[in-house]
Design a binder for this molecule. Structure first.
Ligand code: ADP
Ligand code: ADP
Length: 228
């Protein structure tokens, strides 16, 4: 079924109109990418879905129910988890400690522990560095940690803001392989922001192109690839 529906939302920051009528839909199990240049409104779109900004017009529905006016904590309880741009890991804490912060949202420690063990199989680079200060990880490892920590909250929908930012092509592919693996194993639905579609088309089911706060294009990734 339809997990997320964004219907003609408008968002402004003071005088600046960031979104001028943005609509999108994500079906359960899909991998959907929003592609657009810096300033297009990608982060604002994810923030609106996660409850961090409130649209002045339009509707956002999760499982068919409106979430407008709900606080981010309430929305998170519906099974949403946001991996923000810039990763926001705790650099002086260890990898293990960062992951446990994600696990605290789960009340059952035994379940959290089992999740962590299973999750670390997907992240061998993190498993080998569990007791490193997270600030000493490479950029790619920090991105993996940010994703793993978000997954520790057991979301159904992972919102990921520019996971490729500043990373080498090889690492980007690794991160996408992990995301696609998580989609299978943890039954995740993915909505991902990226600036460029170059390395992304082959991983996504569908793409939206956002520019200047408006949706320009929507299509199946396979069709967009054929049309190149
Ligand atoms: P993107 O993620 O595509 O780079 P953003 O959603 O971050 O785009 O930004 C869309 C527009 O809104 C930009 O013009 C940006 O400068 C502006 N903007 C984003 N966040 C804020 C904020 N907190 N206050 C004021 N303006 C903002
Ligand atoms: P115990 O509860 O068995 O005394 P510890 O607190 O010593 O366990 O943690 C042992 C390991 O279990 C940790 O290294 C960590 O990997 C995992 N763990 C414990 N609590 C959590 C949690 N809330 N979330 C995720 N992992 C956890």
């Amino acid at each position: 079924g339809r997990l997320v529906e964004v219907d003609d939302i408008h968002v402004r920051y003071g005088d600046l109109v960031a979104l001028r009528g943005v609509s999108l839909a994500v079906e359960e199990g899909e991998v959907v990418c929003i592609i657009g240049p810096n300033g297009a409104g990608k982060s604002t779109t994810l923030a609106a879905i996660a409850g961090g900004v409130t649209p002045e017009a339009g509707a956002i529905r999760i499982d068919g129910r409106s979430i407008l006016g709900q606080r981010p904590e309430q929305i998170a309880r519906l099974g949403l988890s946001l991996v923000p741009e810039g990763r926001h890991i705790f650099g002086t804490l260890t990898v293990d400690e960062n992951l446990r912060i994600g696990g605290y949202i789960q009340r059952d420690r035994t379940a959290a522990k089992a999740d962590l063990e299973r999750l670390l199989e997907l992240f061998p680079r993190l498993a080998e560095r569990l007791h490193y200060p997270a600030g000493r990880l490479s950029g790619g490892e920090q991105q993996m940690l940010a994703v793993a920590r978000a997954v520790m909250t057991r979301p159904r929908l992972l919102l990921v803001d520019e996971p490729s930012l500043g990373l080498a092509p090889k690492i980007i592919d690794q991160i996408y392989e992990i995301l696609l693996d998580l989609r299978q194993r943890a039954k995740l639905t993915l909505l991902i922001n990226e600036q460029s579609s170059n390395r992304i088309l082959k991983h996504a089911d569908r793409i939206y192109v956002l520019r200047g706060g408006s949706m320009q294009l929507e299509g199946r990734a396979a069709d967009l690839q054929d049309g190149e």
